[in-house]
Design a protein around this ligand. Structure first.
Ligand code: FAD
Length: 211
């Protein structure tokens, strides 16, 4: 994204920049609490020269292109968060059925059984919400608000479900012998990137007040 004129939001253009461009560099990788499969680093653009032909779309369309990319990205995050929550629920359920405490499987104690029920409800509602947004996208309808709702619901639910999975595994959930603790760390970033969940609420409320 580069400012190509003083025309406010319409003065920004998008460029595809080759990774070997002179002046383009990356800061050292961030030391994160999760998402270890992906390197995260700030990119620096110091006097990088880019050919006009590398412009994505036309001049002044950059903000529009970036915002459209965010809508699609939020749908992707919602889908990933739903899968993560499903994985945490599957793990907690299989553990709770096998672990015997006070003479019966943990899953049969109502306090845990109701947690599992709430986890199932959270995963199902996340799935339904992101699929609704995805169907609108596939049909060529506007879906910015639905994508924001899906990202908000799916990632907040994933945070709750993964935290409850750690709880259901008890002490074992807090160890690295099981992936529950990793699921919980992975869920956290999803409430933050692609626009924090506070920003999703901002997008949704602004869209509602425009109707
Ligand atoms: C692992 C990881 C990968 C990332 N990858 C990318 C990437 O590929 N590309 C990229 O561009 N960025 C990336 N980011 C950055 C990410 O998108 C930002 O961290 C995120 O959007 C939040 O911005 P910030 O960190 O500047 O928080 P800030 O804007 O400083 O916000 C701090 C807090 O204030 C709240 N807040 C801010 N404004 C408001 C408001 N108006 N109303 C209410 N609350 C508000 C926020 O929700 C947050 O809780 C990545 C971040 C992480 C952690």
């Amino acid at each position: 994204m580069v400012r190509t004129s003083d025309n406010g939001g319409r003065g920004i253009s998008c460029f595809l920049i080759p990774s070997d461009s002179e002046g383009l560099s990356a800061d050292p990788a961030e030391r994160k609490m999760g998402l270890m499969g992906s390197v995260t680093a700030t990119m620096r653009f110091d006097g990088v020269r880019v050919a006009r032909e590398r412009m994505l779309g036309s001049e002044g369309q950059g903000l529009k292109i970036a915002l459209a990319g965010l809508d699609a990205g939020r749908l992707g995050i919602a889908a990933v968060a739903t899968g993560l929550a499903q994985g945490a629920l599957d793990l907690a359920l299989s553990y709770a059925k096998e672990r015997i405490v006070f003479g019966q499987p943990v899953a049969d104690h109502q306090g845990v059984a109701f947690m599992l029920a709430d986890m199932e409800a959270a995963v199902s509602s996340a799935r339904a919400t992101y699929l609704e947004a995805a169907r609108r996208k596939d049909a060529g309808l506007s879906y910015a608000r639905q994508a924001a709702v899906a990202k908000l619901i799916a990632t907040d639910n994933a945070m709750r479900v993964t935290t409850d999975a750690v709880q259901i595994l008890g002490g074992a959930g807090y160890t690295k012998d099981f992936p529950a603790e990793r699921y919980m760390r992975e869920a956290k970033v999803m409430q933050i990137f692609e626009g924090t969940n506070q920003i999703q609420r901002l997008i949704i409320s602004r869209d509602l007040s425009r109707r």
